[in-house]
Ligand binder design. Sequence first.
Ligand code: ADP
Ligand code: MG
Length: 340
Amino acid sequence: MTTTDRSVQEQAQATPVLQVKNLRVYYETEAGQVKAVDDVSFELQPNERLALVGESGSGKTTLALAIMRLHKPPGHIMGGDILLDGRSLLDLTEEEMRMVRLAKVSLVAQAAMNALNPVMRIGEQVIDGLIDHGERRSKEEFRTLVTELLERVGLDPGVARMFPHELSGGMKQRVLIATATALSPRVIIADEPTTALDVVVQRQVMITLGRLQRETGAAVIIVGHEMGLMGQFADRIGVMYAGKLVELGTVEQVVNNPRHPYSKLLIDSVPDLEEKREKLTGIPGMPPALIQLPTGCGFHPRCPSAMPICSEITPPFQRMPDGSLVACHLYDEPKAGVEA
Ligand SMILES: Nc1ncnc2c1ncn2[C@@H]1O[C@H](COP(=O)(O)OP(=O)(O)O)[C@@H](O)[C@H]1O
Ligand SMILES: [Mg+2]
């Protein structure tokens, strides 16, 4: 079950909690400039669940890290802005940003469960994370908080005394989600939180994340490529290709009526969305190297609907009559005055 209807209604009145405006994040490498995030814009409403999908290398993780200002050199924000509750995160000092992380916007990083400290008990790691972000409480209060947090994600409080190797992948991911939501942030970003998990556990983790989202009223950006799982969880889907957001709409719009030829191929490559198991495969051609991007639309060499204009002019991200956004020349307005 998605929460599309509720969210669409709320969006009508709400002001966005997060605004990403024309964001560009490039890596300066010896081989050249990698435009990992290239002029990406979107807004996120409170309570909203946005899924970002796209092939590996399309810039999803770079976008997630940049929103947290956790991107590392040679990655740089080259342009654009990131506003949280109307305030630019790019204007904050590093110290201010450290306080914003976890408290206001938090990240379950890609493959983070492999980064848990193997020689530290889970409870201590959770508390350390909180202290790092400025939380100050007595030992006893922290212990109570850890118990609450673990219970909130369906784990036994005894997990606090365990070491990472004693936990399954699903349990570790729950610990990370518990930490990320500890301070009730406004925005939670989860980068492929279920990738390494088996199908049953994937669903359980998504249900837990969904429940926490509802309880805290946070907005969630989930990065993933299991379209079925994403479609079940999210309100809206954003499709990334070669550093650009090429389509953004409600799950219904994108899944039932994908407009961008790349989105269509993504959806078609999932034979049965109810199967929830299929990965994105079977799109002919290779994702482009982001150093040597084709001219015009980055997708045109692989696009079954490519027209001459597609290799010349980058299509703008334009709004469709039903409110969804798409960057594709197939939807260009006919030029005024062309017809007699
Ligand atoms: N530290 C880095 N240095 C140079 N290029 C990078 C670095 N990290 C990522 N990239 C490049 O940026 C692009 C986007 O990567 P990434 O954001 O990880 O995509 P995704 O999460 O969608 O797989 C890729 O071409 C990748 O090779
Ligand atoms: Mg990634």
